[in-house]
Design a protein around this ligand. Structure first.
Ligand code: PLP
Length: 406
């Protein structure tokens, strides 16, 4: 194809979406056709460094050879049984995921929102069966500015009006308190409380990292109050912050951890609720389920993901390259960056609003070959694959500097 013909292909594909696709997203005007590692290529053959990594669904990069190989091998053998029958990949996946996360039991699901819904159901069941909360009176305490997914129950306890408005009526039984505020949490928890559900780092809110001691405080408070600590690690978990789980930055073991995104290796949706036998043991046959949850392909890919994380290599990379990221961003403070928060290979960067909205900065970065996503206002989020090299990361920081200072 000649260059102009290829250039038309991109605009035509974007225009073709308009009449047939629900407008629930506002993507950057890039049409990706292939990808490998930390790099994607658009239909016109332009290459971009992927500094979003599918919101952490691509922690191991695009098409990691070990993950693609595991998927191929499973595709040639068995893809779906439903949970009506056993299959030969599920026990191994559950054992290894439980061992990786230091828990007893695994409830496999597909998407993150399903894991959150499942965590809510398990916490309520535990409150009635074990804690003795009167029927239909269980409460769950959540944090303001949370992001836990898009189902009607979940958006019902969101504080983002765009996510909520027009979708009610909502599920009752949730109390919202400010994030990173132990006193407010203490006040909201009472004898009806089944669980406190929080993100150890609030991703969509702009990579908000709570004060040191907050997570340990939540653990202590929930233990004292006799309710569960449910940590949504769907975005923060599986290596992103330099540890397997983000809660590990404090000496904290939640009762229940929700996993998703990277658990599917960027290939298939795989999520899971992991927790103690005391909690997940409350479920009996027929009380909860999913046709696709824990299917053989998902289990094969999920097992390969766990194998990658068992080496500790990715956690180490995220921690080491996290230093490069932090130092690079610190050097830009006052030069277009007004502030940032970073842990491991994950950062929320507040850009001087005078330079443009987060969206505009993202579009400028795109034109320079770096893909990122804005969150709110003038904040952009950086979350490259954990396979990114130091050189690639420095290159992206250089591009950010160029975009902000020229
Ligand atoms: C993405 C995300 C979810 C929802 O996951 P989906 O797979 O999109 O349903 C839930 N919680 C957190 C923290 C997330 O980042």
């Amino acid at each position: 194809m000649t260059a102009p013909a290829r250039a038309r292909a991109s605009q035509e594909l974007i225009r073709a979406e308009e009449p047939v696709l629900a407008h629930n997203y506002h993507p950057l005007p890039v049409v990706v056709a292939r990808a490998e590692g930390a790099w994607v290529e658009d239909v016109e053959g332009r290459r971009y460094l992927d500094m979003l990594a599918g919101y952490s669904a691509l922690n191991f990069g695009h098409r990691h050879p070990a993950l693609v190989d595991a998927a191929h091998r499973q595709l040639d053998r068995l893809t779906l049984t439903s949970r009506a029958f056993h299959h030969d990949r599920l026990a191994g996946f559950a054992e290894r995921l439980a061992a990786l996360t230091g828990t007893d039991m695994v409830l496999p699901m597909n998407t993150g929102a399903e894991a959150v819904e499942s965590g809510i159901k398990v916490a309520r069941k535990w409150a009635y069966d074990v804690k003795g909360v009167p029927a239909d009176h269980a409460t769950i305490v959540v944090a303001a500015d949370n992001f836990h997914g898009r189902t009607t129950t979940i958006v019902g306890f969101s504080t983002d009006e765009t996510a909520r408005a027009g979708f009610g009526p909502f599920t009752p039984g949730f109390r919202v308190v400010p994030y990173n505020d132990l006193a407010a949490l203490e006040e909201a928890v009472d004898e009806t409380t089944a669980a406190v559900l929080i993100e150890p780092i609030q991703g969509e809110a702009g990579v908000l990292i709570p004060d040191d001691g907050y997570l340990a405080g939540v653990r202590e408070l929930t233990r004292r109050a006799g309710c569960l600590f449910v940590a949504d690690e769907i975005q923060s978990g599986l290596g992103r912050t330099g540890r397997t789980l983000a809660v590990e930055h404090e000496p904290v073991v939640p009762d229940v951890v929700l996993l998703g995104k990277a658990l599917g290796g960027g290939i298939v949706p795989v999520s899971a609720v992991v927790g103690s036998r005391e909690v997940l043991g409350v479920l009996r046959p027929g009380e909860h389920g999913s046709t696709f949850g824990g299917n053989p392909l998902a289990a094969a890919v999920g097992t390969a993901v766990v194998e990658l994380l068992e080496t500790g290599e990715f956690q180490r990379r995220a921690a080491e390259l996290g230093t490069v990221l932090r130092e690079g961003l610190a050097a830009l403070v006052g030069r277009g960056v007004v502030g940032f928060r970073a842990r491991g290979l994950w950062a929320g960067v507040d850009v001087d609003p005078a330079l443009g909205s987060g969206r505009e900065i993202s579009e400028r970065l795109m034109r320079e070959g770096v893909l990122v996503k804005d969150t709110h206002g003038s904040t952009i989020r950086l979350a490259p694959p954990l396979t990114v090299t130091g050189e690639e990361l420095r290159g992206a920081l250089g591009t950010l500097e160029k975009v902000l200072t020229s």
